[in-house]
Design a protein around this ligand. Structure first.
Ligand code: HEC
Ligand code: HEC
Length: 391
């Protein structure tokens, strides 16, 4: 981390101070314009338009067509329920061939619908609605775009029908609750949260998230492996991946929103506008996104925001290698099992492309962000309360 030490700057006369203030004001204004332009280009204001080359109007038409198709499917299903001789309803799919999930806005007006809506709120605003268990600046929907609906962004309607399933990561059958627990542990860095751990088992957070996923998946076949599931990594390019090429891609396409230091951006109230990619507020070394292949898949389909699909496979791999070559919160399995970085590397990081345990820019990656207490398990000391005021 660079240390800007301004203590020994000579005193300046008032005229120069005024000039400097004016220059800073101009710089801030220019920065705000850049952010505004980025936001506009990102289509963040047109939540329905999910594809780069799509006009917002076209997005709305597609969404309306999708809603109609789903309604027709529901009618067919009702008929089939009443009369076994009727044609069985086909899967409701969009023009692009993706499953059309139920819209949360249509969730029923009863206890289950309330749970669906709460689950949606946890998913899209995890910072507020599960704050006791979040130890970074992330919301679930930061990596599962469109509130967990967008194909190619690991949508939750595709995940809902896949669990219980065996996972190589922990070599056992995982229920959806286990899967969510894992996301809190790694992607949300629960070890740094006020409670120091993921939500307690069997609690409402799991129930509500599962209600939300299940409701979206209504009508999807079990074990469907539906098109659009996961992030589908593009093939590794012939030239492999390179941190230095990735740095150029990052500066040209990503820094405007995520910041040149990868630290993301918060508004004056501390709400995250652009999530962090590395450092204190990012996913930790145990998260799926630290793998270069997984990040390349996410980036290829979804970034720059609103322009998914615009980078080449080479650029996606290179920039994934770059963002994952910086320090981030430690892998919690290191403390759980009382391991060194080298041992953690060997046990958990050997079979995927990643930089964990490598020395890059003179820094051993994996020993945690600067200032983090890495000598003892986080649960053994006081929990790391995040000091919003100091940001
Ligand atoms: C930093 C990015 C990130 C965040 C934040 C994140 N996830 Fe994920 N999530 C991933 C990645 C990456 C995968 C896929 C992992 C893989 O390929 O093994 C994934 C996979 C999943 C899956 C399984 C998908 C499937 O099709 O099998 C579920 C369910 C899930 N996440 C839920 C959540 C929930 C709930 C939260 C919030 C508590 C969350 N995620 C936060 C990155 C993230
Ligand atoms: C226009 C602004 C913008 C640009 C440009 C942009 N992003 Fe993002 N990025 C976002 C936002 C906003 C999210 C969270 C999306 C959400 O919550 O719906 C995000 C999410 C992410 C995530 C997952 C969340 C996290 O913090 O780990 C990654 C990784 C990422 N971006 C990488 C990139 C890369 C690499 C580039 C350049 C190729 C890029 N982004 C360009 C705005 C942007």
């Amino acid at each position: 981390m660079s240390d800007h030490n301004n203590n020994d700057r000579p005193r300046e006369d008032p005229g120069r101070t005024t000039l400097r203030r004016a220059l800073i004001a101009v710089a801030i204004a220019a920065g705000l314009v850049a952010i505004g332009a980025g936001l506009y280009a990102s289509g963040i204001y047109a939540p329905i338009a999910q594809s780069p080359d799509r006009e917002p109007d076209e997005g709305r038409e597609l969404a309306e067509a999708a809603a109609e198709r789903r309604e027709a499917w529901l009618a067919e299903r009702q008929e089939y329920t009443n009369n076994a001789d009727a044609n069985p309803p086909a899967l409701p799919v969009s023009e692009e061939g993706y499953f059309i999930p139920n819209d949360v806005a249509d969730a029923p007006d009863n206890a289950f619908g309330d749970s669906v809506r709460r689950g949606y709120e946890v998913f899209t605003n995890t910072q507020t609605n599960a704050s006791e268990h979040v130890g970074n600046g992330m919301n679930c929907a930061n990596c599962h775009l469109g509130g967990g609906t967008v194909p190619g962004s690991a949508p939750m309607w595709a995940a809902a029908v896949e669990y219980p399933a065996f996972r190589g990561k922990n070599k056992m059958i995982n229920t959806m609750e286990d899967r969510i627990n894992g996301c809190f542990t790694y992607s949300m860095n629960a070890q740094g949260s006020p409670s120091g751990s993921p939500p307690p088992r069997d609690g409402d957070i799991y129930k509500d998230l599962q209600s939300f996923f299940y409701y979206m998946a209504e009508g999807a076949p079990l074990e469907g492996n539906l098109p659009g599931r996961g992030y589908s990594t593009p093939p590794k390019p012939e030239q492999g991946y390179s941190i230095s090429r990735g740095e150029t891609v990052f500066e040209n396409n990503c820094a405007v929103c995520h910041g040149t230091d990868g630290g993301g951006r918060q508004d004056p109230n501390g709400r995250w506008i652009f999530p962090a990619l590395w450092g204190d507020d990012a996913f930790n070394w145990g998260a799926g996104m630290h793998r270069i292949n997984t990040a390349a898949g996410f980036i290829k389909h979804n970034m720059p925001l609103g322009q998914g699909g615009s980078l080449t496979d080479q650029q996606a791999w290179d920039v994934a290698a770059y963002i994952n070559s910086w320090e981030r919160p430690a892998d919690p399995r290191q403390f759980r099992d009382n391991l060194s970085v080298a041992e953690t590397d060997e046990q958990f990081h050997e079979h995927t492309p990643n930089w964990y345990g490598d020395v890059i820019r003179g820094d051993l990656l994996g020993d945690g962000v600067p200032g983090e207490p890495t000598e003892q398990p986080p649960s053994a000391g006081a929990p790391r309360h995040r000091d919003q005021a100091s940001r």
